[in-house]
Design a protein around this ligand. Structure first.
Ligand code: MGD
Ligand code: MGD
Ligand code: SF4
Ligand code: MO
Length: 737
């Protein structure tokens, strides 16, 4: 039944290119206040940003039904009146002339595949019909939903009700999964997102990678600046001189992939010199002796030989960590899927933090409680998310079981493998919401192979991202500035409930996710699933909190005062680990046959003539999703390849020239990248910002600008503990043709 090469990537279909760029135009500010000479809005609407996943509070300024300015909401705990450069440029997405404008269906005419415009009715009917057939033949487990982003919640409700339970997101096995599992194994809970880290009050902060300042999570950067202004000493461990390194007391240009050796070296010194928090560890931790046995030979000299960091610096940082103790923080990073040893490296970070006793202390790791404080303030009323009554059809005969014992979510790459192999049960359809899997999973050839084997692919997106080119049905969601989503009830020190609400009407024929999910629910035989309209649904939840939709629409965010984030002297602590204590040696890892104390394994070395490919963020872009944003694109239209000056000259590379890259597997980049010769990177590595090199010509601005790091990442080093895909064991060289 499978049609060979059926799911070719569909390139531009001229009919859908740039149709209304001219008609729409950019918002012009016509009226200004006489007094100040600045624009006066018709209204200011408070909502939630979605240019990245941090979800800051935004005030959108509207004049003549056009959004002309976005600013940080002053009461929102994630913005404090400020947005990052990307959030400020959110209108660039709203008014992107290349947005998806109406549903599209793939069809074959005279042997040629193309997309044709479809009505919502036709597109949703087709999806329901195909899901019906596929799940009848192969079971509901044969359909998988991938998502990234807050708007996915309605689709999760929809699919759960239908009996589809396999949900996967690149924020796990391609991002922070190893951090979550490592902290759970050590402290019994994850660090969360937004992170429970008291950066603002840290007096000594160690960053490994974690390039705050380029990694622009708004509040984390605000906290970082505030710590620095209060005199916090910063240590940056990075093969590249990052923006954060420019603020640091020490920049340790580590040999890539050897961080675990450095962390073990620091643990060794803290234990050997008894500079750890002896009282805290005695009361709250188990496994100290086993930890010592595990790091006994990780001497400063051995650590230098592996990492290339001078012995004096290794020793000084360890002693400083001991000296600052509970007010120091070894930041656990966020995108930590690097070398395949990621859970163990994160374990070592968790152990170091435990040793210095910063758990629930000012400047250290804090445990952010969710809604309970709000419950207390709001008349003790129990907050229960409102759920519609719907018939749940639990007809999956298999449930997803990871090959990796500590995978608490579904690793996206495992779904790719299972789609290709058909084992242990067939996967026949992907529903992809807000994630550009082509660019985010690494090992593109595998993703493409899986896509070709699928019977049916649906993509819900705002832009014609590469993944949509492989879909059978494309559904255009409206942007975050045009829709309601679920309530955002989270905590960043302060527990809060924030709203995302429409600032302007959806453009073109795009629709909000909740409306798309409702249409699908009707076609899929569950007309009662979303029986309340979205405003009623939100209002019912808010009523349970003694508030209302009207109120939240006005204020944007409800919050309660900061809970006591820190532990009290002598407070007895309980940890949700098997021992009830912090596990310096992990009992669960030992039982599963892994090292209970992290051991270092060297990463593969560079093949001769090749550089290790590293990648990261730029302040004005989010992955590939902003490359076509005209406002942000003007600030940074393409990425460059950082090459060490001396190494570059040896390779006869010129500053500013464009080259193709070829990786260790002979894969050549589809596009060219500009060379930047710099002293700010080690000679054995090169660096680029991830998210450029778009190959879908429908993204007219971003098309073929720069190179996508994923193009070059054909080797994934999988973490055996929880299945994350380490991406930093790839190497590139250059070619001019
Ligand atoms: N502007 C902007 N900000 C973002 C995002 C965005 O798209 N744009 N995305 C957000 C998301 S989802 C995430 S997960 C975070 C990711 O942001 P981080 O968690 O900060 O990501 P890292 O991979 O730690 O950071 C990349 C840095 O690690 C360095 N590095 C590479 N290899 C090594 C190594 O072996 N050892 C050490 N010590 N350093 C190394 C690189 O040189 C680079 O400076 O950023 C978030 N913030
Ligand atoms: N090579 C490489 N791979 C990586 C990384 C890397 O640095 N390098 N980083 C990893 C990390 S940390 C992460 S978190 C992941 C991120 O992976 P993804 O989340 O897949 O990243 P994006 O490229 O931003 O893709 C988001 C998609 O959502 C669409 N979108 C934007 N807004 C909306 C919306 O409101 N509704 C809908 N329906 N769609 C929307 C965008 O158009 C885009 O197609 O990638 C991981 N993979
Ligand atoms: S960090 Fe920036 S892009 Fe992300 S939600 Fe906040 S303002 Fe938006
Ligand atoms: Mo991420």
């Amino acid at each position: 039944m499978a049609q060979v090469n059926r799911r070719k990537f569909l390139k531009i279909s001229s009919a859908f290119l740039a149709s209304s760029a001219a008609g729409l135009g950019w918002p012009l500010i016509t009226k200004t206040s006489k007094a100040q000479g600045i624009a006066e809005p018709d209204r200011i609407v408070s909502t939630t940003c979605e240019i990245c996943f941090w979800r800051c509070g935004v005030d959108a300024y509207v004049r003549d039904e056009k959004v002309y300015k976005l600013a940080g909401h002053k009461d929102h705990p994630l913005s404090n009146g400020k947005l990052c450069p990307r959030g400020n440029g959110g209108q660039g997405l709203l008014y992107d002339p290349n947005r998806l404008k109406h549903p599209l269906i793939r069809e074959t005419v005279n042997g040629k595949e193309q997309f044709r415009k479809a009505s919502w009715d036709e597109a949703t009917s087709l999806i329901a019909e195909r899901f019906g057939k596929i799940t009848k033949q192969y079971g509901t487990e044969s359909v998988v939903m991938f998502s990234h982003g807050f708007g996915a919640s309605f689709f999760k409700t929809l699919f759960s009700a239908y009996g589809i339970h396999t949900f996967s997101a690149p924020s796990y096995a391609q991002c922070r999964g190893p951090r979550s599992e490592a902290f759970k194994l050590t402290f019994g809970h994850a660090i969360g997102s937004p992170e429970g880290l008291d950066i603002a009050n840290s007096r000594y902060l160690v960053l490994l990678g974690s390039h705050l300042g380029e990694n622009m999570h708004n509040t984390a950067v605000q906290d970082f600046s505030s710590a620095i202004s209060k005199g916090c000493e910063v240590v940056v461990v990075d093969p590249r001189f990052s923006v954060a390194a420019g603020k640091a007391k020490h920049w340790l240009p580590i040999k890539p992939g050897t961080d675990l050796a450095l962390l073990r070296g620091w643990i060794h010194i803290l234990l050997k010199e008894k500079r750890y928090d002896i009282e805290f560890i005695e009361q709250n931790a188990v496994g100290l002796e086993e930890l010592w046995q595990g790091v006994k030979y990780a001497t400063p000299e051995q650590t230098y030989a592996i990492t290339g960091i001078p012995v004096e610096q290794i020793v000084q940082v360890a002693r400083d960590l001991g000296r600052y103790g509970s007010s120091a923080l070894v930041h656990p990073g966020r995108h930590v899927t690097w070398y395949g040893d990621d859970t163990q490296r994160e374990r070592a970070i968790a152990i170091l933090n435990a040793l210095i006793g910063n758990y629930r202390m000012p400047g250290g790791i804090i445990r952010q409680e969710k809604f309970t404080p709000i419950k207390a303030t709001l008349n003790q009323e129990k907050f229960k998310p409102y759920k519609a009554d719907f018939p749940v059809t639990q007809n999956a005969s298999h449930t997803f079981q990871s090959r990796y014992p500590f995978a608490s979510q579904v690793p996206a790459n495992e779904i790719v493998d299972q789609t290709i192999s058909g084992s242990p049960y067939p996967v026949k359809s992907w529903f992809v919401y807000g994630t550009n899997l082509i660019q985010s999973l690494g090992n593109q050839p595998a993703t493409l192979k899986a896509l070709q084997q699928l019977d049916f692919v649906v993509a819900v997106d705002v832009l014609p991202a590469e993944i949509t080119g492989y879909a059978d049905v494309i559904l255009p969601e409206c942007t975050y500035l045009e829709r309601y989503d679920d309530l955002d009830n989270r905590t960043y020190r302060t527990p809060y409930v924030a709203i995302r609400q429409p600032v302007v009407e959806p453009l073109y024929e795009s629709k909000p996710g909740h409306e798309i999910a409702r249409l699908l629910s009707e076609k899929m035989g569950m007309p009662d699933l979303f029986k309340d309209d979205i405003e009623t649904y939100l209002n019912k939840q808010l009523k349970q909190m003694d508030s209302s939709l009207d109120e939240l629409k006005k204020v944007g965010v409800l919050k309660v005062s900061e809970k006591n984030l820190y532990r009290q002297p002598g407070e007895a602590l309980q940890f949700k680990t098997p021992s009830g204590k912090i596990e310096l040696a992990s009992s669960r890892l030992r039982e599963a046959g892994f090292d209970a104390v992290p051991q270092y394994q060297p990463p593969p070395e560079n093949p001769p003539g090749y550089f290790r490919l590293l990648y990261g963020r730029a302040p004005m872009h989010t992955f590939g999703r902003t490359a076509n944003n005209r406002v942000l694109g003007e600030l940074m239209p393409e990425n460059e390849l950082w090459v060490n000056q001396v190494a570059g000259r040896d390779m006869k590379l010129k500053h500013g020239e464009y080259v193709y890259l070829v990786n260790q597997d002979g894969v050549k980049s589809t596009t060219k990248i500009k060379i930047r010769l710099t002293e700010r990177i080690r000679p054995d590595a090169v660096y680029m910002v991830h998210g450029f090199g778009h190959t879908d010509a429908r993204l007219e601005f971003a098309y073929q600008r720069g190179v996508n790091s994923s193009d070059m990442i054909t080797q994934l080093s999988t973490d055996p503990i929880m299945g994350a895909t380490g991406m930093n064991n790839n190497f590139v060289t250059f070619t001019r043709s």
